[in-house]
Design a binder for this molecule. Structure first.
Ligand SMILES: [Zn+2]
Length: 383
């Protein structure tokens, strides 16, 4: 593709090539995304021929051909005779404007505010779908609201930016005075921001925080997002802390399942508190893991208990990461039990957790370790 860019650059160095009027300043001839190619030139046959020759040279070298039946030429303000000439030279079909590419409306004129709003909404939707499904489409109800996900980590979110709100905050910084509508938004936002007791100069970050509103801080965020926890473990721990996983107690209320019994022990109602704190299966895994780390905890919220211990910061991080790994592996086992009716014995799960913790520790812990921690780490076989 770099070769194509070079060939197109050579073609446009020829004096006869005319850039598209809106691309002249940037000397833009083409854009590429995956196997899509968009080429731009002024509406004349000669410029079109130069672009096609450049692409033909690229095809000969690379073996990559274009399919004229799947390629379109888009015109604006070109006379019909000239249009027909260009279409017959290229063999392309005539496309009609506007059309959407990657969710962005492509028009002959400037994008309108409503076009941009739909793009920003789409960006948010793609991010949201990717988070919950790993793809572009997601048709189920999300586990948490996007507003919650976009809160900072200390307020219980993932710290992502909400494009819609961020865009409004960014508008306040724009200096494009000729965008009358945009400037109206800017003035309203700025005035509201400054009138609401926000002193000092306007910043996008400050305005974004003002627009989204602040929530109370959560007590668990440092434990959940500790650097020694593997990201996939931390993500499940985040959902556990928000009580956002689809547990049978809730599914039963909505009549999605026929019973609400815990998949791991079948002795109690399956809720977040039961599965991650009280379930005998979880307690067995938890005891094996915490004992191997030289710790014991009473029933209840273990992460809170770790915070209160008079341990070094490293020991707290390692133990929190271990608890978070327990939650992750228990959740995997719960799903296995539900779907495949299989349950691995707690000692095997504890061994998987120990291996995972060992690998994570040696990948992430690059700082010099104080002697107090060295002794403990050698006892728990992490060093
Ligand atoms: Zn149970």
């Amino acid at each position: 593709m770099e070769y194509l860019s070079r060939i197109l650059a050579c073609a446009t160095e020829k004096m006869q090539f005319n850039y598209h009027p809106l691309c002249k300043q940037m000397m833009l001839t083409h854009l590429m995304f995956a196997d899509d190619l968009l080429m731009f030139c002024k509406g004349n046959a000669h410029s079109m021929v130069l672009l096609l020759r450049a692409f033909s040279a690229f095809s000969n070298a690379s073996g990559l051909k274009m399919n004229p039946q799947k390629s379109c030429a888009y015109f604006n303000g070109v006379q019909s005779g000239l249009k027909q000439e260009i279409l017959s030279i290229s063999g392309f079909l005539e496309g009609t404007l506007p059309f959407k590419y990657l969710g962005v409306p492509i028009t002959a004129g400037r994008l309108k505010i409503k076009d941009c709003a739909s793009v920003i909404k789409r960006v948010d939707a793609i991010c949201r779908n990717f988070l919950w499904e790993g793809g572009v489409e997601y048709n189920k109800a999300p586990l948490l609201s996007w507003q919650k996900v976009c809160s900072p980590k200390k307020e219980g979110g993932l710290g992502l930016k909400w494009s819609e709100t961020w865009n409004i905050a960014t508008v306040g910084k724009l200096a494009c005075w000729h965008w009358r509508k945009v400037c109206q938004v800017r003035d309203i936002v700025k005035q509201g921001f400054l009138n609401d007791g926000n002193v000092g100069s306007y910043t996008v970050k400050g305005c974004y925080n003002w627009l989204r509103g602040r929530n109370d801080e959560v007590t668990w965020y440092k434990s959940v997002w500790c650097t020694l926890a593997a990201p996939k473990h931390a993500f499940i721990a985040w959902l556990v802390s928000q009580q956002a996983l689809r547990m049978k107690d809730r599914l039963y209320v909505y009549k999605v399942v026929d019973d609400n019994l815990c998949c791991l022990c079948a002795m109690a109602i399956e809720s977040h508190t039961h599965v991650f704190q009280d379930c005998p299966y979880t307690l067995q895994v938890m005891n094996l893991v915490t004992t191997s780390l030289g710790a014991s905890f009473s029933s209840g919220n273990v992460l809170q208990q770790i915070k209160r211990r008079r341990w070094s910061s490293l020991r707290k991080k390692v133990t929190s990461a271990a608890i978070i790994a327990v939650w992750y592996y228990v959740w995997i086992q719960r799903n296995e039990a539900w779907v495949h009716h299989r349950l691995v014995c707690p000692s095997l799960v504890a061994r998987q957790i120990a291996t995972s913790l060992h690998n994570r520790f040696h990948t992430c812990c690059n700082k010099p370790i104080p002697s107090r921690d060295r002794l403990w780490l050698s006892k728990v076989r992490l060093m």
